[in-house]
Ligand binder design. Sequence first.
Ligand SMILES: [Zn+2]
Length: 506
Amino acid sequence: MSYAKVLCVGLVGVTGHLVEVEADLSAGLPAVVISGLPDTALHEARDRVRAAVVNSGQRWPNRRITLNLLPATLPKFGSAFDLAIATALLGGSGELPLLPLDGVVILGELGLDGTVRPVRGVLPMVAAAAQAGVARVIVPVGNAAEAAVIPGVRVRAVDTLHRLVAFVRDGTPLIEPPADIPEPPDGGPDLADVAGQQLGRRALEVAAAGGHHVALLGPPGAGKTMLAERLPSILPELDDDAALEVTALHSVAGLLPPGGRLLRRPPFQAPHHTATVPSLVGGGSGLARPGAVSLAHRGVLFLDEAPEFSKGALEALRQPLEHGRIQLNRSGGGTVYPARTQVVLAANPCPCAKPAGDANCECSPLVRRRYLGRLSGPLLDRIDVQVRLMPVRAAELMATDGDVEPSATVAARVVAARQAAAARWADLGRRLNAEVEGPHLRRPPWRLPARVTVELRGRLDSGSLSARGFDRVIRMAWTIADLDGRDRPDRDDVREALQLRTGEAT
Ligand SMILES: [Zn+2]
């Protein structure tokens, strides 16, 4: 026999596609030819596979070897094809009878010594295999737990090419995935720890309920980071589809926690202000790594000291924040990763970052304005909630008396408010108040009566509020009414929303 075929999966973004690896061996000058749009890593695969086969004690066929990866039109990135290539090659040369691997998807990178190394993205690969009707997969032992998350597929693992060969030849058992590790108790930070920051807590609750982006402005010591870290704790758990998406993205990034389970909590990402553009939005050679904005998909992206991020970095965030996904253009085909995230941005009022009123701050009003101005174009424009926080003494911030509301209580209100909004906007195809376009808010049947918006219109006329700002206040007013369990915002809701927009008490 001089032809063999093995199944594998290629990833484009987080979507897996079944790939057939064909090996054909013919007479002629010994050589290895790979076709089917391979990237650089695939060419390197040739050398890895050869060394792994020989170092596993198998005979390398000294013939002309043609390897073909189908469909040819599918861009193929990464090293997960190694094990399938080696298996097809040994099958084609007659060394290995491949009947036991019929219909089995085989994933894994090979080391030169024949060890099978873990690869990124196994979870979405196995999900794609399951969807294509594949019932059995063989994965690297380091990926066994995450592969086993996908229901309906029998997962077995290998640590070496030799083990796979022994399985095929003699039926030596493969490695079973580890038993389920129970979910650890949710040890994330809780709002019960934050006292004395009423405006900040309220801003967070409104943001969570309406899906609004938030800017927290204030001097060091105002508890901005403490608040931001607690936003995920009041967001609803991810439903099945969202959990699968989020877990797949972390799998592709190689960042899944050990144990193998779906990520159910909204993720939290806090890139440092020195972060590079690729680390923020994704990139790299081979299978592109999702950046922070995609790792925060369905969760929270926290940009601390936001004005310190480079102009390029802030600019790069514009596309994902607008479209909820990021397109990475790369040789061999574009990659799209989801990036629907809620942004919390924190900024000091001035570059010297001295507490408010500190006599040592010599920043002029112009310097202060310029500093925050760096955020204006790409980011600040998209943010509904903008609050100015005052410093709180540490003793006040760290609650001890226990009568501060914990996250669970706030989260219950958030869920109820989100349900009300989703029901109201169902006809528009929107679920969150932050997603509803301005014109819908300004037209019947959702236009608010003049007596409710009287202050707002006054500000619009005097020029102290932009048309866009007007819409943002209205959106938040709806969220505040939803949190209160009322059908429509009243004048007080609009007032509070204005305060959450401008930071001014009214
Ligand atoms: Zn200053």
